[in-house]
Design a protein around this ligand. Structure first.
Ligand code: NDP
Length: 237
């Protein structure tokens, strides 16, 4: 991508989001991150407080970014949570909180972002799903449902917005070395790694590289794609 763009990475104060925000800054773009509790992590990156379960907060965050960096041209919908629980023990709150943050929250951000993208007739929407969205995962019916939902959401946006030169794609990571993965027990981590053909977890920057590619001019003809970055874990899906 040659031209400097305004990029918003949700959930960009740590993990995959922070690695992605830093890579976009390295590439010379104007970068903002949102999170509920955004620590200022990098002088080059604008940190904005935004709980994406709240539409008014989403609108306020976009106004703040627009007045400081210009309209968002690239949205990386990365923020996500887990509330793992076995099906019979899962509460409605645990199910809805994960859907509201991961799926509905990404929808809220994308809906707001497309307003300016439609006017500009240029935009990149990139959603961070997960290998478990298509594989399923015991103890994660809420999380897997939210991540599978992102595929239908992103592909519908690809169809609806394609004629305006807005692409909408999904990256689907396997296990990545972040706080989310560290919160699993040692046994759970070992079991997952044993199933990965490459035999290791990903570094956050390995996810960031594919996201940056999807935002670049080189990916101008890619839309509606689900790109696995999972060491081979999800092969066949
Ligand atoms: P982390 O838990 O390290 O970071 C999650 C980010 O989301 C934080 O910045 C957090 O900030 C933000 N966030 C959570 N809730 C909200 C909210 N309501 N509003 C705004 N921001 C919110 O996650 P990872 O970096 O590990 O994961 C990033 C994405 O990648 C997630 O969508 C995850 O599902 C996905 N993924 C991760 C994998 C892994 O193994 N790590 C594997 C596959 C997919 P704050 O708490 O301050 O709000």
């Amino acid at each position: 991508m040659t031209e400097a763009r305004t990029v918003l990475v949700t959930g960009g104060n740590r993990g995959i989001g922070l690695a992605t925000a830093r890579l976009f800054a390295d590439l010379g773009h104007r970068v903002a991150v949102t999170a509920r509790d955004p620590k200022s992590v990098d002088d080059r990156i604008m940190s904005v407080s935004c709980d994406q379960t709240d539409s008014d907060a989403v609108d306020a965050a976009f106004e703040d970014i627009e007045s400081n960096l210009g309209a968002v041209q690239v949205l990386v919908a990365n923020a996500g949570i887990t509330r793992d629980q076995l099906l019979l023990r899962m509460s409605d709150e645990e199910f809805s909180a994960v859907i509201d943050t991961n799926l509905t929250g990404s929808y809220r951000m994308a809906r707001r972002a497309t307003r300016a993208m439609l006017r500009a007739r240029w935009g990149r929407l990139i959603f961070v799903s997960s290998v478990v969205g298509l594989l399923g995962s015991a103890g994660q019916v809420n999380y897997a449902a939210s991540k599978a939902g992102l595929v239908g959401l992103a592909r519908s946006m690809a169809r609806e917005l394609g004629s305006r030169n807005i692409t909408s794609n999904i990256v689907s990571p396997g296990p990545v070395e972040t706080e989310m993965f560290a919160s699993l027990t040692d046994d759970q981590q070992t079991t997952i790694i044993e199933q990965v053909p490459l035999g290791r977890v990903a570094r956050p920057d390995e996810i960031a590289e594919t996201i940056a590619f999807l935002a670049s001019d080189s990916a101008a003809y890619i839309t509606g794609a689900v790109i696995p970055i999972d060491g081979g874990l999800g092969m066949g899906h």
